[in-house]
Design a protein around this ligand. Structure first.
Ligand code: ATP
Ligand code: AMO
Length: 465
């Protein structure tokens, strides 16, 4: 009679210590061990555990105790139990303060006897690089092959709750600032970012591409008078990059906004959005940050308010000061990006900064050149712990100039005709940017691999689970 059971959360058991009746609790078997006339079972709900005791008495047979000791780990069980205090002062439920004395136990869903990985192993702290600690670690492929089990660790539960928090904060903050959430097509006729890194899909008698970015459509929404828009959705990149920070499918947090006088109106909106996201994480996700820190070495993320904005040439000067030889218009290589992050941290004590005015030559075709110096552009990247998490720019809103720039980048004008056309009916000056969600979470927490912040990661070697 499942419908008659009133279930209690492990975290709420503390309220039932002195109650006369018993409680029902559903959870997983974390461990179970029968010894003589008693069985000690640890029940787990998400990240909370409670010790449960089953003893032979007039209602509980010896077979029952033996059966309970043999329930496979990770099986889902319902128990009816009395809540017993094992410590004098009880503020919350821990294995040291409360115990459940089992009256009845039912297996609701049994897990396989042989688990491909043990949750305790997957959850073990990885705080040192010594050989002993390396030996007990579950390797990344085993984790990802068995992601359902791996995701049950406290750190993983926390990572994905925090990731949901970043999306929620992004949505809430922009909505409060008058932005409209839009949804852009993911099956498109032309590469949005140019280049060859697009997935081609068959589309009836034709072929189409998976969107590399909502770029063209978020701009078209501006041309359609939506003024401030954002979108959260899948972005596809056919990059054969087996690095710690590239996925073939990631979640893009994109925004686009019209402005009155200067694209810095948009850049400051982006800067404020990040400040508020970081404050929201600090204030509302401290438990998650702590849970991740219990497993991985997490250094507190430092940010300035308002965020530091440097110009690209200042970054180049800092790198040259550190002995790097590079041209004025050369893009930042990954090592230089990281070095600059370290130099900025040492000088300004921040893990977050904005680099404005990138060289025009290294930016996509739709980027507005700097009116004061055509070698540079009104475009910016944002970095966390020395790695790029966002790219953005003011866009060209003059159709003829856009065609000229697209041709310069060898882009087939016919394929982006609908996009170009959008600017022939009047379009306000506008700017925006795209953020990689998994990178933000990885770098906020200081994790070493983007696969840790993608629930079911896609990379050149992984299409399942
Ligand atoms: P964006 O695509 O917005 O520029 P990104 O961070 O993915 O963002 P890329 O331009 O793809 O940037 O590459 C940036 C840096 O990443 C490059 O400097 C390049 O050295 C490095 N990179 C890209 N792919 C690989 C790879 N397969 N192996 C090592 N480094 C790579
Ligand atoms: P960009 O190509 O720089 O810009 O992408 C924006 C952000 O997306 C993230 N990102 C990735 N994350 C995981 N795996 C990848 N392979 C990957 N590639 C990119 C990064 C990056 O900063 N249309 C422009 C944005 C704009 O101007 O509005 C664009 O897509 O965090």
């Amino acid at each position: 009679k499942l419908d008659e059971r009133k279930f209690v959360k492990v975290t709420e058991l503390v309220n039932f210590v002195k109650s006369k009746g018993s409680v029902w609790v559903r959870g997983r078997v974390h461990t179970s061990r029968a010894k003589g006339k008693q069985c000690f079972l640890v029940l787990r709900q998400h990240c909370s555990t409670v010790q449960c005791l089953l003893s032979v008495n007039d209602k509980v047979s010896k077979q029952m105790v033996k059966f309970t000791g043999n329930i496979n780990k990770e099986s889902i069980i319902d128990i009816n139990a009395d809540v017993v205090a094992v410590a004098n002062k009880i503020e919350s439920c821990t294995e040291q303060t409360l115990e459940l004395s089992i009256n009845e136990i039912y297996v609701i869903s049994e897990a396989k006897a042989q688990l491909p990985l043990q949750i305790e192993d997957a959850a073990r702290p990885e705080l040192s690089g010594d050989a002993d600690s390396l030996n007990i670690r579950v390797n990344q492929d085993t984790r990802l092959d068995n992601r359902i089990l791996d995701l049950r660790t406290p750190a993983n539960q926390a990572i994905f709750r925090l990731e949901a928090g970043v999306c929620k904060l992004f949505r809430d903050i922009l909505t409060q600032n008058g932005f409209t959430e839009i949804h852009t097509p993911k099956i498109i006729s032309a590469a949005s970012e140019g280049g060859a890194n697009v997935f081609t899909v068959s589309y009836f008698k034709d072929s189409a591409y998976l969107a590399q970015s909502p770029q063209l459509y978020k701009q078209m929404a501006i041309a359609a008078d939506f003024d401030k828009v954002f979108t959260v959705g899948a972005v596809f990149r056919a990059e054969d990059s087996n690095t710690h920070r590239h996925l073939t499918e990631f979640v893009g947090l994109d925004l686009e906004m019209s402005f009155k006088y200067h694209y810095h109106e948009v850049l400051h909106t982006i800067a404020d959005t990040f400040t508020n996201i970081f404050k929201g994480l600090r204030d509302n996700y401290a438990r998650e940050i702590e849970a991740v820190g219990n497993q991985y070495r997490v250094e507190a993320f430092k940010f300035l308010e308002p965020p530091l904005i440097l110009e690209f040439h200042q970054g180049v000067e800092m790198l040259r000061g550190a002995g790097i030889e590079m041209d004025d218009e050369e893009d930042l290589s990954t090592p230089n990006e990281k070095l600059l992050g370290r130099l900025v941290k040492a000088k300004y004590d921040t893990d977050f900064y904005i680099l404005d005015k990138f060289p025009l030559a290294v930016r996509p075709f739709y980027t507005m050149p700097d009116p004061n110096n055509s070698k540079y552009s009104n475009s910016y990247d944002i970095f966390m712990r020395g790695e790029e998490i966002m790219s953005g720019a003011q866009r060209i809103h003059d159709p003829e100039y856009l065609i000229e720039r697209a041709k310069h980048h060898n882009i087939d004008i016919e394929k982006i005709a609908a996009y170009i056309e959008a600017f022939r009916f009047g379009c306000p000056p506008h700017a925006g940017g795209g953020i990689g969600l998994e990178r933000v979470v990885m770098l906020y927490l200081g994790l070493d691999n983007i696969r840790k912040t993608s629930m079911f990661p896609r990379d050149p070697k992984r299409l399942t689970p």
